[in-house]
Design a protein around this ligand. Structure first.
Ligand SMILES: [Zn+2]
Ligand SMILES: [Zn+2]
Length: 552
């Protein structure tokens, strides 16, 4: 009889950036690591968020022992409010992560049923056959952890998102000694963050940003407006510290930024000297060189405070000549256009704008190549799976692993849905399960499939043509010429002749079908085919064609 194997199944975050979610399954026990969201790319028209497809888990709901969250970033917690009602499993995280999850769940009114467990950053707990141990890692949010998972087949190390900053602003440096100890005892599998596997060398310390911010606070002639992710608590701390040094008061603008700051202050992850934080109604009349505003909008999000300010659409704050705006964040791929437009608008309003390309106002929170190699060398795993990244990041990370002596055959580049089965001696990909994107659009989750997206794409590209065909109520026969209405397809005045011709074409085609009562499904297909062909010949465009029947 073959011994049971451990199954490692990524549901998100492999071959893509975001919506991280990993399943580990051993016999009757399943644990889930992270439940993140992804922001839509430009092709996903009108979609607000993307979350992982969890059909696989829904079939095995009774096996799920818990959801473990490594840290409080959106790409690790963002899907929880949508998935929790279906999964109903306890969530294990550190204190700050717990706080951020609570804020999220409350927004979606899903907090009351949630079972949230707080674990210290070096704590441990047991979930079925899995003994889970947290270890602190340094990342761009405090209270981040990696996982040591003791399983019946061996020890697994999951890095979470990490870097090796020896002088972090808040939170602890990555616990290297514990990892070295494990490496000496033998680790079966390492799963490690690949987000910045392209970058050679070491990721600079957060301290670098602190120094830049201090220079800005000292030199800026007017107000300083810093925008970053609301979850980047350490960056907010750096802003407060440098503002305090130059006697500037700090105004936190925007709902999500205020909520996070309040929560982080209460839990002690954010420290502000007395009297430094101010309310927005105190802004009027303050000398401009004594003011710092902290706000969201680093991704150019249309509803964020910064974008409103840039468009002169914010109720309380307008950009003034002499303001210095600091964009302290990396653009999430896909957001570059929105961000650039915001930067342009800020310059137009007379602000000085400092962002990644012109000043060191941000360092990212992920390990570069030398740090990744150091982790591999310390942990010395038998098998290696790069996680968190596009395919190229995973490939490069796999090459790094080979360069430090992990055999190619023991390195697995997985994609979402791949099933990796692992025993103490061997490991191989044995299959693929259902995985993919679930789209969140407004209030609805999951009812928008790829067909809807494809239709939206088609509409946005070549527009729509509605063909209105009248039939006699009694006889079912065609009445008159069909009507054609188009939107976003051609200039209806300039192309009047062409559209008229297409009307005639439809009329002729339908006449040909004889004087039998019109069969709708036949007419429908026929009209689409004939117009598709005609419009493509005339315009090289493929509008969406919608035949429509009215009974008269
Ligand atoms: Zn992260
Ligand atoms: Zn992440």
């Amino acid at each position: 009889m073959t011994k049971p194997r451990l199954r490692i199944i990524p549901l998100g975050g492999l071959s893509e950036i975001g919506k991280n979610m990993m399943v580990m399954e051993y016999e009757d026990d399943i644990i889930i690591i992270d439940a993140g969201l992804m922001f839509p790319d430009e092709e996903m028209l009108g979609i607000d968020l993307v979350i992982p497809d969890i059909s696989y888990l829904l079939e095995k709901r009774e096996k799920i022992r818990g959801i473990i969250i490594t840290h409080g970033h959106e790409d690790h917690i963002g899907a929880l409010p949508y998935l929790l009602p279906q999964l109903d499993a306890p969530i294990y995280s550190t204190k700050l992560t717990h706080g951020l999850i609570s804020v999220k769940l409350k927004e979606r009114k899903a907090l009351s049923e949630a079972k949230l467990r707080v674990i210290p950053p070096d704590g441990n707990f047991t979930l079925g056959e899995f003994k889970v141990e947290f270890f602190p890692v340094c990342h761009s949010i405090p209270d981040s952890v990696g996982l040591i998972i003791h399983t019946p087949v061996g020890t697994i190390v999951h890095s979470g998102d990490f870097k090796l900053d020896y002088t972090p602003v808040s939170g602890k440096p990555t616990d290297l000694s514990r990892l070295a100890q494990l490496g000496a005892q033998g680790v079966l599998l390492l799963l490690s963050d690949s987000t910045y596997a392209e970058l050679p060398g070491y990721t600079p310390s957060e301290r670098v940003v602190g120094e830049t911010l201090e220079h800005i606070m000292a030199d800026a002639p007017g107000r300083v407006i810093v925008t970053t992710f609301s979850s980047l608590v350490s960056r907010i701390q750096q802003v407060i510290d440098s503002a305090a040094k130059y006697q500037r008061r700090v105004f936190i603008v925007g709902q999500s930024m205020s909520d996070t700051a309040r929560m982080a202050l209460e839990l002690g992850y954010l420290n502000a000297p007395d009297g430094i934080l101010a309310r927005l109604d105190e802004l009027k009349g303050m000398p401009r060189n004594k003011v710092v505003l902290v706000t969201t909008g680093s991704q150019g999000e249309p509803t964020s405070a910064l974008v409103r300010m840039a468009n002169r659409d914010h109720r309380q704050v307008h950009i003034l000549r002499g303001d210095t705006v600091v964009i302290s964040a990396t653009p999430i791929p896909g957001n570059e256009g929105l961000i650039n437009r915001t930067v342009d608008n800020l310059f137009k309003q007379g602000a000085q704008v400092l962002y990644g390309k012109v000043a060191q106002v941000h360092v990212h929170g992920h390990a570069s190549q030398e740090e990744l190699k150091l982790l591999l060398n310390l942990v010395k795993p038998k098998f290696f799976v790069p996680i968190h990244g596009e395919y190229r990041h995973l490939s490069l990370h796999a090459q790094l692993a080979q360069s430090v002596g992990i055999p190619k055959d023991n390195t697995f580049i997985l994609e979402d849905g791949d099933v990796l089965e692992i025993s103490p001696e061997t490991s191989k990909i044995t299959g693929k399960i259902t995985s993919g994107n679930v789209y969140v659009d407004g209030l609805s989750v999951g009812d928008i499939g790829s067909v809807v997206i494809r239709n939206r794409r088609m509409l946005s590209r070549d527009g729509i043509v509605v063909v209105i065909i009248a039939v006699n109520k009694q006889t079912g026969k065609l009445v008159g010429r069909p009507d054609i209405v188009s939107r976003g397809f051609v200039d209806t005045r300039e192309s009047k002749d062409m559209l008229d011709e297409s009307r005639d074409l439809v009329a002729r085609t339908l006449d040909h079908s004889g004087d039998r009562p019109a069969e709708w499904s036949f007419i429908n297909t026929k009209v689409r085919d004939i117009l598709n062909k005609f419009y493509y010949e005339q315009t090289k465009r493929r509008p969406m064609i919608l035949p429509f029947m009215v009974k008269v």
